[in-house]
Ligand binder design. Sequence first.
Ligand code: AGP
Length: 605
Amino acid sequence: MCGIVGYIGKRDAVEVVLDSLKRLEYRGYDSAGIAVIADGKLKVIKTKGKIRDLENALKGFDVKANVAIGHTRWATHGKPTDVNAHPHVCGGIAVVHNGIIENYVELKNELVSKGYSFESQTDTEVIACLIRDCYKGSLFDAVQEASRRLVGSFAIAAICENEPDTIVGYKKESPLVLGVGDGEYILASDIPAILPYTNRIIPLEDGDCVFITSEGFDVFNNGEKAKRDILTVSWSPVLAEKTGYKHFMQKEIFEQPRAIADTIQGIYSFEENRFYLVSSGFEEKLKEINRIVAVACGTSYHACLVAKYWLEKYAEIPVEVDIASEFRYRDAVIDEKTLAVFVSQSGETADTLAALKLSKEKGALTLAVCNVMGSSIAREAHEVIYTHAGPEIGVASTKAFTTQMAVLYSLSLYMGSIRGNLEEKDVASRFAEFIKIPRLTEEALELDEELLSLAMKYLDKKDFLYLGRYVSYPIALEGALKLKEISYIHAEGYPAGEMKHGPIALIDKEMPVVVVAPVDRVYEKVKGNIEEVKARDGIVIAFTTSGNKELEGKCDHVFYLPEVGEELSPFVYVIPLQLFAYHVAERKGLDVDQPRNLAKAVTVE
Ligand code: AGP
């Protein structure tokens, strides 16, 4: 997923844009570039590779400018090359773009017939030429007119040699945020790029065209001036820094106790025995629903799988969980008595956003659970509950996952309460257990050294199997996803009860099998699965409740986790699986924060 940045103000624009692009590196990219207007001339430097390659290309490029746009490219159309890198230029107009233009071939042919020539294979160069073709002295008007011709998802920033004190941005589906500083403005794909300069942000909306000069800005939508609230985000630049950890992912794993505590703080008042989760109007509608669908992708989908157990237990409502890319193409039975919950850390995942829009069209009551304030999914849903994990920079999601579960567990108790299934004393006692989770996750983090040793032992293995039952089954899936996405080792999560239906054929002395085995309602069955694996010479790595010595003689490795209520075990048992995956990838010398082929948010289908 590409990253775009635009700066206008009193600072050195090249310095600001390069610094901001570095804060978007986590999105994954393969080339970078920058365009400035200096001494009335448009200058563009761009290169395949990383931002450090761009900085090398900029050496000796001694230019002072107060207006610049920059880009980190995640190749969609055309291979990563210098030519395909952004910004793209046409007739003194430079453009950077995040998204996909679906009708770019048709537009390119039209522009070629008008005499335009192209040097790249990108859809973005077509945008630049289209804006040029629409230009009649106003960059703002040209961008608006060109945008009306574009089909697809795009967030763009453009500058023009004839208008050296202007940046124009346009947002449609791909994210674009405006940072409002003191006499300076930053346009960017995501908040961390803006934080060092201001925490006052405007999440632009679909159809917004923003006109920015050093004097100020205006937002228009479909030709009409639009009023957009300025949000103040609580994130500090420090939160978006590694602060002594080797990787963002490592920092974010260790931030989880604090992130969970911040997320549940203020959700429930013991004194009043009431929840502060959703608006009163939304609460009234919640009382009418008779089924729940929970829709997400990747790790967020795993959070929904865990929540299914909680919602069915406390809300006593049928719960269906689906992957967004499947949900949006099947004939899901949705109506006005359905609560559709959409979980997304970034709030920008294309499939989840599309599933949300589809559910609204079918009349569902929609609720978003997001980590990024003002993100597209947060704004599209009827109601949003934010996790307070702070910026999650590592592509592999960790603190977002546990804080999503924290919100969803709270939602389950809340719905049990408003539907009369839980009495006040039940809610209070369960919440009293729940607020111990930050401390219990802190204790789980103490296994870090032991998991480093485990990682050193097994990092050369080619395949892993992760097993769990009940609420530990989604944790097995999550543990497998963590390992595969950052260490590139094949890992599969499976319901332990399914072993006899296939996976047991895989077991041999080379196969490490990670078993999530808290002492809970299904523990005896899981113990049986462990014995099945050992009987076939599999390597068993078990995570169980402290004090339970039964597995000592049955497994190759046993790790002990603090005692926790059975339904709350996912918060505690996911921690060692995150740490194990981290150490395997780190010991293998891989790019833990920006794993190959992955992006932090998949904003295109
Ligand atoms: C998880 O570690 C991955 N980064 C990925 O599966 C992610 O959870 C998924 O793309 C959903 O992202 P979202 O929560 O921002 O919608």
